[in-house]
Design a protein around this ligand. Structure first.
Ligand code: UDX
Length: 475
């Protein structure tokens, strides 16, 4: 993707992510790659997010933003609790609006004429791999559709394996899940390290009569990806070769094109739903090399006041300077009190607490020694690329399996899964900061990934192959 911008061509991709920060980021980096290859991109937001992005959403010449309603009233917070509602309203209200829009933009509409804004008709859809309606509708309208799943190949394989785990009697957990350290045998290639606690979190509540609606929806969408023209994953062969090798046998085609954020260092436009706090970098500048613990639990995690207190006490005991992201919607009503408590307890010179940080720049900063993360896939990849050791406290869904890979396979961090206790926080953070072994694994992995995305590397080649594939579908 490092090549100079190619001449614009008539391949025009409509991309449609799930309207959540992690998905938006991956799709933005993906779109930047398409633009650099010369394609046109229509980025489909929801009305709510496009309003929230405001001026930040100004488009570049071959990129435009359009939107459809997500079906929820504007004052409903788009937090983790509203995800099932959001997914449902997207598949009804959102899907209907998307169908109308795509019908007017597709190849053949208005005799295939170019629109007044210079955009050719849409020739291909790349839709989020958990919104199967988006690629079904596209194909019904005669537009070839590809699924892009923004999470890891490993988590995709785990969701794909859920029906088999049920068939094998591994799910629901036979003894009610009593021992979460029991091994899981039914996810191919992961037999030697996967435990019940590493499966997507919603598997824990599965019973003979109850299935979490989100698990049901994600498993159905994952299985349905077999029908898409291809599956795109934001990963690389060096990180997830064995999982990819299994998926290649299951899907029509698989493109491992990540880490996308590292392949397009200058994104076409910003898609951050929160404003970065400008104080972070100057504060880090004043700290010694590898001395700071950076904590961020992503865009959806919510924590209780008790969990907050355990983190706080553990970090105070570990005694490193801390840069802490506490999103305004993360702790509910006790947020302000928590903030004051943190600053008073740690001391303002030793802690900076912000609502949102420029995470990629933070992780790249020489002062950051480790990253206490919820193991969202974007955050994981961002830490991998910078070679920063992780302390993982996965919150939900795919994060449980991502943290297992970090702790047991890549060994570039430590997995605190299911424990939020001050003594463990202290010990684990200390180990991540001090362990030469963890730091050198993180460094070696970053170097390998750098090779993957460089010219001739596996991800760079895959991206080229994908652009060719899209052009072929568009012709
Ligand atoms: C969750 C998942 O865990 C993820 O794996 C899934 O694919 C989507 O839903 P999220 O909580 O958003 O995502 O986490 P993550 O995937 O890590 O994405 C968060 C993004 O926000 C990252 O790109 C990160 O750099 C950015 N971020 C986070 C900031 O820019 N500033 C912050 O302060 C915190």
């Amino acid at each position: 993707m490092a090549e100079a911008e190619a001449a614009a061509d008539t391949a025009h991709v409509l991309v449609f992510p799930v309207p959540a920060q992690g998905h938006l980021n991956s799709f933005l980096h993906f779109s930047t790659g398409l633009l650099r290859a010369g394609l046109h991109v229509t980025f489909l937001h929801t009305d709510h997010n496009l309003r929230r992005l405001g001026a930040a959403a100004a488009a570049s010449p071959r990129l435009r933003f359009l939107s459809v309603p997500d079906g929820l009233p504007d004052d409903v917070p788009r937090t983790v609790d509203s995800i099932p509602r959001l997914v449902l309203s997207l598949t009804t209200t959102g899907a209907a609006a998307y169908r109308d829009l795509l019908a007017s933009l597709r190849r053949g509409a208005a005799g295939g004429a170019t629109a007044a804004d210079g955009f050719p008709p849409v020739t291909c859809v790349v839709a989020d791999g958990i919104m199967q309606f988006a690629w079904d509708i596209a194909e019904e309208l005669g537009v070839p559709a590809i699924a892009f799943r923004t999470a890891s190949a490993g988590s995709f394989l785990a969701f794909l394996s859920v029906p088999k785990l049920i068939e094998l009697g591994e799910l629901p957990f036979p003894d009610g899940g009593g021992d979460l350290d029991e091994p899981v045998h039914g996810v191919p290639g992961m037999e030697s390290f996967l435990r019940r606690r590493d499966l997507p979190s919603q598997c824990r509540s599965l019973t003979e009569t109850h299935q979490d609606p989100l698990l049901k929806a994600v498993v159905a969408a994952t299985v349905h990806c077999r029908k898409a023209r291809a599956l795109i994953l934001n990963t690389t062969a060096s990180l997830e070769g064995p999982s990819l090798a299994h998926l290649v046998k299951e899907m029509r085609d698989v493109f491992a094109v990540g880490p996308l954020h590292a392949m397009s260092p200058a994104p076409a436009v910003a898609t951050s739903l929160w404003r970065h706090d400008d104080r972070c970098m100057a504060w880090l500048d004043g700290k010694a090399d590898k001395s700071v613990v950076y904590i961020s639990l992503g865009s959806l995690t919510v924590i209780s006041h008790e969990q907050f207190t355990e983190f706080l006490r553990g970090l105070i005991a570990a005694a490193y300077p801390v840069l802490w992201v506490l999103r305004p919607d993360m702790l509910g009503a006790s947020q302000d009190a928590a903030l004051q408590e943190a600053l008073a307890a740690v001391g303002e010179d030793k802690a900076l607490v912000v609502p949102w940080a420029p995470q990629r720049d933070v992780l790249r900063h020489r002062a950051v020694g480790c990253f206490l993360t919820h193991s969202g896939w974007n955050s994981t990849l961002e830490a991998v690329v910078e070679g920063v050791p992780m302390v993982c406290w996965p919150f939900f869904a795919d994060q449980q399996i991502n943290s297992r890979f970090v702790g047991a396979v890549w060994r570039n961090g430590l997995d605190m899964k299911d424990v939020c206790e001050r003594g463990v926080v202290e010990k684990t953070v200390r180990e991540a900061m001090e362990s030469d072994e963890v730091r050198s694994s993180a460094r070696a992995q970053a170097e390998q990934v750098e090779r993957d995305i460089a010219d001739g590397g596996s991800s760079a080649m895959e991206f080229k192959r994908l652009v060719g594939f899209i052009r072929e579908l568009s012709s």
